[in-house]
Structure formats: C-alpha cells, structure tokens
Write a protein that binds this ligand. Structure first.
Ligand code: PAF
Length: 283
C-alpha cells in the first residue's frame, strides 16, 4: 500500500493501475476510520477495483462554530486499518494541495442540500460537493463508495454527478452499527461514556418511527411527536431535526408511502450525531 500526498503522485499511481487493466474504486474519508469506512473498502475490493482511500479533513465543509479543530485525527491507526483491509493507495493531501493559493471555485448544490442537515449547517454541502468534485477530478474513479449514514450527502453527490455529467458511478452502502444499534461514526470517539449511552436514544427514536409506520400510522406529526418524547426522556440532548421524508427528493413524506426516510440529528454535549432508517428497505 502506498501513501501519497500530492495530486501528481495520485495521477501516476492511478495511471499505472489503469494500464494494468484495473478499474479504480474510491472511498473518500476524513479519517478516524471505523468499521463503516472499512465496509466501503470491502465493497470496493469485492468489485475487484484498485482501491484508493482519501484521508482529508476538509475545512470548507465545517461552519465557523463547528468541530473542525476537534475532529479526530488518527492517521497512524487509519493507515494500519487501510493496510489490513487491503487498500492499494492512500491519498492524504495537505490543505495547500487541495486549496492552493488563489483557489476560488466552489460547487453549489441545489434544493437537495436545503432540508435536514442543510438547514442546520449552512454551506456544509457546498464544502462537501467542492471537495468531492476536486477529489473525483484528482482520482478519476470508476466507482465511488459512500455510506448511507450520511444519506443526504450521498443524494446530493449523486445529483452533482448527474448534473455535472461526471463519469463516476456512486455506490451507497448500508449503515454499520454497534451491537446496541448506535450508528458507527468518527464523532462517537468524542463521546464520554455517559454521553455514548444517551446517544442511543436517536436510533431508538428512529425505531419507534419505523414500528409506527409498520403498524400503519399515517400521521407524520404523531410519529415525530413520539420520537421527540422518547428523546426528551434523556437529559441534555438537543434535537436539530427529526423528519420523515421521501428518500429521493428529501421533501416531507406524505403518508402512506412505499418508502420513507426517517432521519434525525441530535447534539449530545458539543457532539453532533446523525442517523437514519429507510423504511421499506431496512424495516
Ligand atoms: O463523509 C465524509 O467523511 C466527508 O463528508 C467526505 C465525503 C469525505 C468529504 O469530505
């Protein structure tokens, strides 16, 4: 496994892999790798691709009061995990490599970026689209792999790829959960043990929604009220949103519906956690 830091080095390695007849599989990450990221690497390996993982904490997707500086950075453990998983190339650029002096272009997403996390993190998806577009331009992957925990991110990127006619296929992979149901997230590392225990209420609230939908409930208001009541029973948790939406458009769901995305974001202390269930597929 090679570890490279420049665009030129990625291009050389990827060109050699292509010349050897390999398709390029790409897993963009911000590091602090966990089993969810490794499941994306496994999917890329199962597709037989030359697997490139990027590790880069992208400053443009963090707001001024967000956790850019506290975001966990664990490069040695990450590279060991990539090596063990059979990654072919790690691209770990510097800020100057990704945003060199004079850099000024940005990719502005459309309405898919407005609800859910977009309403609470202004500019976040513009930062995500910009860095992912740059990374796609550098790595030129055939397939890029994204986890469905960041469901809205995956939809926004699918739309960007369609709109900008980028020659890459987006593969989305299931959420990987801890045994008790907590969605794996790099931010879980920032939770104290008691915050970790209370964080589970988000997944439990999603399950309440799934069960109510399964039982034929057709009022989104009643479902969201039940979810909120469950979370309110846990101290010191702030809800950003709990929503039932159409998984394609991310607009409010009209029930009954064949597929509903139940999504939520909470703040536990200064850690923001998101999770979702697609009812009709998962439930
Ligand atoms: O999902 C993430 O970790 C990031 O948003 C991504 C896609 C690597 C872009 O920085």
């Amino acid at each position: 496994m090679d570890i490279v830091r420049t665009v030129a080095e990625v291009r050389t390695a990827v060109a050699a892999a292509r010349k050897a007849g390999r398709a390029i599989g790409f897993v963009p990450t911000m590091g602090a790798l966990h089993a969810g990221h490794i499941s994306l690497v496994d999917a890329a390996k199962a597709d037989g691709t030359f697997v490139v993982v990027s590790i880069y904490v992208n400053p443009t997707q963090f707001g001024p009061n967000e956790d850019f500086t506290q975001y966990p950075r664990t490069f040695d453990a990450d590279s060991a995990a990539c090596r063990a998983a059979g990654v072919d190339l790690i691209f770990a650029p510097t800020n100057a490599e990704m945003y060199p002096p004079g850099d000024q272009s940005r990719v502005r997403p459309g309405p898919l970026a407005e609800p859910l996390c977009g309403a609470f993190r202004p500019g976040h998806f513009e930062g995500v689209c910009t860095v992912v577009a740059k990374l796609f331009g550098i790595v030129q992957p055939d397939i890029a792999y994204f986890g469905r925990k960041d469901f809205q991110q995956a939809r926004v990127i699918e739309q960007m790829v369609d709109d900008l006619r980028m020659p890459v296929r987006i593969a989305t992979c299931p959420i990987v959960r801890e045994p008790d149901g907590l969605a794996m997230s790099s931010r879980n590392a920032r939770l104290t043990p008691s915050d970790r225990a209370r964080s589970l209420c988000l997944y439990q609230a999603l399950c309440i929604a799934r069960d109510r939908l399964g039982a034929g409930e057709t009022s989104t208001g009643r479902i969201v009220a039940a979810m909120r009541a469950h979370i309110a029973a846990h101290a010191d948790i702030k809800v950003d949103y709990l929503s039932l939406v159409d998984p394609r458009t991310l607009e409010s769901a009209t029930l009954p519906a064949p597929r509903v995305l139940v999504a939520g974001a909470i703040r536990v202390g200064d850690v923001r956690l998101i999770d979702n269930l697609t009812v009709g597929i998962d439930g």
